[in-house]
Ligand binder design. Structure first.
Ligand code: SAH
Length: 481
């Protein structure tokens, strides 16, 4: 280790920044955040620093650096664009034992500045010892994504309870288990989702119940798993999936997404839609409630978004009426995922001012939809569950005034390695589909925006090259991705 990592208190200390440009501004801003008194030595200030000066947040010494400027400094930054001056500042620091950071030449000074993840009071700092600031920033951005923004609030809450927990739980082992439970359980999740009062109330209850481990009630997380590509999961979805004791999932959840759940979590498959062995919706609702009542943290994993053709509303209705705590985590819905990965913008200034999501599920061989409205121009209509009913969709839309040449696309297994995009018109799509037999799940997109697909498509499913070489594709009608 080349440097000693420390967190230094600069509260009300005199810190000096030599230089008045943008780089100096960043250091000044950090010093101010940490409560330092800041003096800037520079003939001129950039606009941001001038603003700090006008607001009296910094003192400005309007001249070049001169020997003696570091005399009463606690800490100094050399941030001019003149290497020689920076060097002199570093030299002066060494002589007077004032720690100096030389911006851009860290080896010249006595300390370096890390990349910071600020979730105050939680602060994480990353350094590569000056070898690669860009790498440090990259690591920082990775950490940013795994340290939820709510960690600051969580630390603050823990800080307030620290003494009381110490009094209640005398043994250090018990305290550690208690805090483990708080930081990975319902309290933390409530903090992350912004429910501070509830989090505090739960913490109170768990403290009153002793170690908190036996607090009894679990929780259900209704998680949108997105259309298939696991990269499209939200951070919150991933965090909850990795904490779950039980994962309840169905057919639509892609394997790659299911694989992101904690490996030792119990997995319960609740079946296919038309499978006789499938659990009925009421049974699923009750299963979720029962698992949570047995103290489990349950992830109910759904394809796409739980509130878009996902029956999420019914599931949480049961939970709410039985007093089971739950959270809903949105996911990328199939329309958004498939459209992006197929290169079809769902709205477009010239072609579509609105987008409608409808179910194309056949009931008694028909669909009870507002066809005259769906046949209107200047909009995009997206059919979920429409593969079987495509001939009906095609027929009804044309019967209600949609021109036969309105572009239409069918996206098979969107966002996955098996994605394929078939394009045609509302009149020809049923034939194309009958010939090509796409595999579910599939999504149908109808509207002028489909004509942009050829130009805007960008996603190459890795399997494309072999599939493309072996399947009989008519250019322009079927596009393999
Ligand atoms: N809640 C889900 C939709 C459930 S309904 C969501 O928000 O996406 C199931 C229908 O979604 C399927 O019949 C299909 O039309 C569509 N669908 C889901 N994932 C898909 C995918 N990866 N590719 C194409 N269509 C998909």
């Amino acid at each position: 280790m080349q440097h000693l990592p420390i967190f230094l208190s600069v509260q009300d200390r005199d810190c000096v920044v030599i230089g008045g440009g943008e780089i100096a501004t960043r250091k000044v801003a950090q010093l101010l955040r940490a409560g330092a008194r800041v003096r800037v030595v520079a003939p001129q200030l950039c606009a941001n620093l001038a603003k700090f000066r006008d607001e009296r947040r910094i003192e400005h010494v309007a001249r070049d650096y001169r020997d003696g400027d570091l005399d009463d400094a606690y800490l100094a930054f050399a941030a001019t664009d003149d290497e020689q001056v920076n060097h002199e500042v570093a030299d002066a620091g060494r002589r007077r034992r004032v720690p100096v950071n030389v911006v851009d030449h860290p080896e010249d000074g006595s300390f370096i500045m890390p990349s910071v993840i600020d979730r105050s009071p939680v602060v994480a700092a990353v350094s590569t010892g000056g070898a690669s600031p860009v790498l440090a920033r990259l690591i920082r951005s990775r950490l940013e994504s795994v340290i939820p923004a709510g960690y600051g609030r969580l630390a603050e809450l823990c800080g307030r309870f620290r003494d009381r927990v110490k009094q209640t739980l005398a043994r250090p082992d018990d305290r550690r288990r208690f805090w483990d439970h708080v930081l990975q359980g319902g309290v933390a999740e409530r903090v992350f989702s912004g429910h501070m009062a509830e989090a505090e109330a739960l913490l109170e209850r768990e403290l009153a119940a002793g170690s908190g481990i036996q607090a009894g009630m679990g929780e259900v997380y209704l998680v949108g798993g997105g259309p298939g590509d696991p990269d499209l999961l939200t951070f919150r979805a991933l965090r909850l999936m990795q904490q779950a004791d039980v994962v309840v999932y169905d057919r639509l959840v892609a394997k790659a997404v299911l694989d992101m759940t904690r490996s030792d979590a119990e997995r319960i498959y609740v079946g296919k839609e038309r499978d006789n062995h499938a659990m009925r919706q009421e049974e699923i609702n009750q299963l979720l409630a029962d698992l949570a009542k047995a103290g489990k943290r349950v992830v109910r994993l759904k394809g796409g978004d739980p509130f878009i053709f996902g029956r999420g509303g019914e599931e949480i209705d049961t939970l709410a009426s039985q007093g089971v705590p739950f959270q809903v985590v949105p996911g990328v819905t199939a329309a958004a995922g498939c459209a992006s990965y197929a290169g079809i913008p769902l709205t477009h200034r010239d072609y579509a001012q609105s987008v409608t999501l409808v179910t194309g599920h056949l009931k008694d061989n028909t669909m009870n939809l507002n066809w005259p409205q769906l046949a209107q121009p200047n909009q995009t209509v997206v059919f979920y569950m429409g593969l079987k009913g495509l001939p009906v969709i095609s027929r009804e839309l044309q019967a209600h005034g949609m021109p036969a040449d309105r572009p239409a696309a069918l996206v098979q297994q969107g966002t996955t390695h098996q994605q394929k995009v078939f394009t045609g018109t509302i009149a020809t799509l049923p034939e194309i589909v009958a010939r090509e037999r796409p595999k579910p799940p599939t999504l149908i997109i109808v509207g002028e925006v489909v004509q942009l697909q050829g130009k805007l498509s960008w996603f190459d499913a890795p399997a494309a090259s072999t599939q493309g070489a072996t399947s009989p594709i008519t250019p322009g009608t079927e596009l393999t991705h």
